[in-house]
Design a protein around this ligand. Sequence first.
Ligand code: ADP
Length: 483
Amino acid sequence: MNVLYATSEAAPLIKTGGLADVSGALPAALRKIGIDCRVLIPGYPAVMYKLEATRQIARFDNFLDAEGKPLAARLLLSSMPGSETPLYVLDAPSAFARTGGPYQDSDGLDYLDNAHRFALLSQVAALLAGADSPVDWQPDILHCNDWQTGLAPAYLRLSGSTTPSVMTIHNLAYQGIFPPETLAESNLPASSFSIEGAEYYGNLSFLKAGLYYANHITTVSPTYAWEIQQPPLGMGMQGLLTSRQHQLSGILNGIDTNEWNPASDPHLPCEFNARALGGNNRGKKLCKLKLQEELGLEPLADAPLFGMIARMTHQKGLDLVLAVADGIIDRGGQIALLGTGEKSIEAAVLALVARHPGKVASLIGYDEGLSHRIEAGSDLFLMPSLFEPCGLNQMYSLRYGSVPIVHATGGLRDTVEDGVTGFVFNQPTPHALWLAVERALDLYAQKSAWKTLMHTGMHRDFSWEKSALAYQALYRDLSPAQT
Ligand code: ADP
């Protein structure tokens, strides 16, 4: 079974969110169970810089840039750093060699030619999966991810290819919607601009194209697969998703248990594991003390320390956290926040820190190492997302003995068990979050019950193996001739 996994980001090469974690880990997990899964990614500078040995395997002469001029593009073959997973890199400097991030410039503004950039990625993905591929490796399945590769199933189907495609929704809030003129420059036929196609309320939606033309749709948790079939989380796509409910499944993401292992994590000042909880639990305690030191929090061993790591967007429920923060401090707690995103949220977080020096600390920015140290050093982890397709941080938290407090939505509902591994609240309101925080603080005061909670969470298995088997079963259904 050969699978081409097309993605716009993959850890450790380039990451803005959970899609990168999945793209970094799932292909490797699929390869472990005998699937020849290969990744296709754009050659952003961050990617080109990190590649080890590369070899040019194709040149593309037919693509045009956003102004209609011929565009230099080639395909390189390399491998994911530190792994055997083959990596196809689309090296098209005019589209991808930019100084900012993968989607936005350094001021946080979307690149004006994003439609063109990701139509190009999608066209190359479809080309590699079709009969006219310039590469001597033929996928049995094309697996696409989010709007950036959403046009690929459309190109593939409209080219007459019978290679099945899978479209995975990592977050339905990002739909890749562009004005109707984008259709022509994307090389899609006019006939595809319809309700039965890529059109979405008069515009072109890359994601909708994928949802319409792919043979199967997956999303990253069973609960989210259900939630997106109705408003509000269907975000306008609920009709299409409901009509395709028999080709829609939710497969829970796993986590990279090597990268996220408190017993061998190089980012931590000290290692620890679940067994040590039975003893003096020195490792986790030291991680907490060092985190307090690093962030300028008071070095109080018994103060319940709440961690939070999130893109600072409305989705992540920072408003709720801001609303209960004073209550947490009043009860002797501390808060450590890491994230970057919307300026107004960042400003509100900084104002909270200024109100509670030594008790609330934040780092506005992206810091991989600190994200590990917050997971390790916190006693509790806040994840009150309004919606959360899967969420990874709550699984990292469970593994690191940082008890999660989560809103019952999407993957949060599927991974945290109320009163058994964490605390789950039903309504995304400050009051409901506060009641969950109070329950957590009451239990935190009971040392042995708290240890049991941590222990149970640390033993939950969220490795990729289980998810990889579910994808394998799906691929087999779609391409029964292959095993
Ligand atoms: P999403 O994909 O919506 O951002 P997830 O929980 O699925 O949310 O994944 C987010 C990933 O990005 C996690 O690995 C998380 O630790 C990481 N992350 C988010 N913000 C930061 C940050 N500021 N610094 C370091 N890592 C971050």
